[in-house]
Structure formats: structure tokens, C-alpha cells
Design a binder for this molecule. Structure first.
Ligand code: KIV
Length: 284
């Protein structure tokens, strides 16, 4: 019997800097999506706070709590993926005190995450240190940080001006020096992503950051076409599951209304003798 495959760890991901093919990360929020991602062979499953928008129907990511995230991390972990499971720390879960930060990170680990992600650069180094002190690996996230949507004035490409680009590079260097094992770069010009990737000794994982990153991430519902209302420029759709699902449910509705569903072979039948004893064949 073949030995079960070892799960991917944060140090494994860290060791991929400059080694092997680009890292592949996708989001997943429940056991079926985790199974799909893992069967497809991704390296990292991010239980992102994007769950707020793509699953729970909110307009931004600010509405989810640590308890919400733990609920989704636990569902993903129950699929027992080989991929590294990273739990996203939601807004305000790492901003108030070291103690609360560590408690919230630990809640995601107890739910099944093997690492956590948080947004922000030099401002968040205390939070990163506190979590690392509790022996929990931390993934950074720079550029468009959706938890700062109001401060940024919307979901916009970041780092287009000289100062802003330099700040992202400096933030990335600070996160890596503090001990983050990887850094997500979201919606930044490709030249900025390249500068960051060259400046840090840990993998960069891009989303809307061009190809000069050590890996790429997309949101599950975007890449599968389950979310079809908005298509940001950086999303490539590999399926049209929303259209396929709508058509499948419409065909089911049509079959029910026309009496074609259920058919005899989709039905449990009584044995003839029992039916007869019940008088079912008597008067028809
Ligand atoms: O929450 C999320 O899905 C993310 C990715 C976009 C990186 O943070």
C-alpha cells in the first residue's frame, strides 16, 4: 500500500522560494471546495475572508468574525487536504491587543488551520511577532488589502506612485524580516511585484500582481465562474459553473413541472406481495 502523502507545511512553502514551479493557492470555504482544490493538486488552500463576499453575500470583507472564519476553516479541514490550510484573520481580530491577536489566531489553528494570514505591513509587525511567538506561521498580505477598503477609498490598484510602490517594498521586507513565511501581493503593478519578489527571501503569491511572483492565487468562485457578476481584469475563468448550475436547476424544474421527474427507476417500489396485501392492486 502506498504511504499517505505528507501534508504541505508552512516551512515547505517557505522553502519553495526560487525552487520548483510557481506555488498554486486557491481559496476554499467548505469541505466540497477543499476536496476539489486538493484533488486538483494545489499547494495551499486559503480560507479567505473573501467568504464574506463570495459566499455570504456581503459587499465587503469587514462583516465576518473570527468565529465565522473558524466555522469555515473547520469545514475545509474536515476534508483532510494535503495542501497547507491557511486561515484568514478577519478585520479587527489582530488590531486591538497582542492577547486578542494570539487568541484569535489560535482559534483558527484549533479549527484546523496550519497557518494564518493577516493584512498590512509595518503597522502590523507587533501582531505578526505575537502570533509567531505562539508558534503559528504567518502569511502577509500587501497591496490592495480589502480590510482597508474605506481607508483606501475603494477596491483599487495600489502602488502606482513612487512613494506607494516603495512603501510596499519596504513593508514586504519588514514582514519577511519579522518572520512571515510568504506574502500575498494583491492588485499591484507587475513591476512593483517584481521589485518585492526580488527583495524578499520568502515566496510572493500574486493576485492581480502579474507574473513576477513566486506563486499565484485566485478566488475559487471567480476561477470556476460561480461568481459572474464582476470579472476583475486579473481573473481567468476556467469554467462557467454558475451558468451550468442555473441550466441544471432549470432542467430539474422543467422535469418536475412536466411530470418527467421522478421516473420509475428513481423511485422505491414495494414488493408485489406486500403491495397486494395492502390492497394496492384491488380496484383500479
Ligand atoms: O480573502 C481572500 O480570498 C484573499 C485572497 C484574495 C488573497 O485574501
Amino acid at each position: 500500500m502506498a504511504a499517505p502523502e505528507r501534508t504541505v507545511s508552512a516551512p515547505d512553502v517557505r522553502a519553495r522560494k526560487g525552487e520548483g514551479p510557481p506555488l498554486v493557492m486557491v481559496t476554499a470555504y467548505d469541505a466540497p471546495s477543499a476536496r476539489v482544490a486538493d484533488d486538483a493538486g494545489v499547494d495551499i488552500i486559503l480560507v479567505g475572508d473573501s467568504v464574506a463576499m463570495v459566499v455570504l453575500g456581503y459587499d465587503d470583507t469587514l462583516q465576518v468574525t473570527t468565529a465565522d472564519m473558524a466555522h469555515h476553516v473547520a469545514a475545509v479541514a474536515r476534508a483532510r487536504p494535503r495542501a497547507l490550510v491557511v486561515g484568514d484573520l478577519p478585520w479587527l481580530s489582530y488590531h486591538l491587543s497582542r492577547e486578542e491577536t494570539v487568541r484569535n489566531a489560535a482559534e483558527l489553528v484549533r479549527a484546523g488551520a496550519a497557518a494564518v494570514k493577516l493584512e498590512g505591513g509595518r503597522k502590523r509587525l507587533d501582531a505578526v511577532r505575537a502570533i509567531l511567538d505562539a508558534e503559528i506561521p504567518v502569511m502577509g498580505h500587501l497591496g490592495l488589502t480589502p480590510q482597508s477598503v474605506h481607508a483606501l477609498g475603494g477596491f483599487k490598484v495600489q502602488g502606482k506612485q513612487l512613494d506607494a510602490a516603495q512603501a510596499i517594498v519596504d513593508d514586504a521586507v519588514a514582514l519577511a524580516e519579522t518572520g512571515c513565511f510568504a506574502i500575498v501581493l494583491e492588485c499591484v503593478p507587475d513591476a512593483v511585484a517584481r521589485l518585492v519578489t526580488d527583495a524578499v527571501p520568502v515566496p510572493t503569491i500574486g493576485i492581480g500582481a502579474g507574473r513576477h511572483c513566486d506563486g499565484q492565487v485566485l478566488v475559487y468562485h471567480d476561477l470556476l465562474g460561480l461568481e459572474d457578476r464582476l470579472t476583475p481584469k486579473f481573473v481567468r475563468r476556467y469554467a462557467s459553473l454558475k451558468a451550468d448550475a442555473t441550466s441544471a436547476v432549470a432542467r430539474f424544474a422543467d422535469d418536475v413541472r412536466s411530470g418527467r421527474f421522478p421516473a420509475s427507476d428513481e423511485t422505491y417500489h414495494l414488493a408485489d406481495d406486500v403491495a397486494e396485501a395492502l390492497g394496492l392492486y384491488a380496484a383500479t
